[in-house]
Design a protein. Sequence first.
Length: 217
Amino acid sequence: MFFSRVMLDQNKLTPAMLQKWQQTRSYASHQWLWQLFPEQQERRFLFRHEPTPSGACFYLLSDIAPQIDHNMFNVETKPFQPQLVEGMTLAFSLRANPVITRQGKRSDVMMDAKFQARQKGLEPTEYAIQQVMAAKAWLSAQSDKHGFSVNERDIEVVSHQQQRCQRKDGERPICFTSVDFSGLLRVTNTELFLTLLRKGIGKSKGLGCGLMLIRRG
């Protein structure tokens, strides 16, 4: 795998591209970053967008090294070969799109938590508390199948945001919630955890979700 830091030079965008960037940033990011892998017919990379004062920064994890020379991007890349041991503790940062299935229907975890809070007759001031609890519970529920364990007390929901991505004219926009997590986890299965790092976690991976950043805790 390769881990890359990719800087977008907004001065290189045409007026039409700049308008697209302002209106549907996640979808534009996905399309433009794919240009760094011209030989790939299917997306095999994860990315995360971080705004900067001068433009935009992307963290990118891919199976192969991205193209270095590109007129819009400044690309720095290096091999990513984490040395994992079962039982080790890692600090993590994750932007994910959590979903839950109820009665065969997939729902956004944050919106579902808000709906459930209303159904219970809770005050609107309590909605955010219920959403945070639901987000933490979702991440905890993912742990076994992805080779890690977490204590919900060690998870922080940093922020969450409604995302709306307009694709082509006339097509229905994609709407989802991205949630930023940070905290500590323990590796329980190195093979499963490496697969998680490579393939990501949750939905909307093509729109900037799913990439887990790790460092030694």
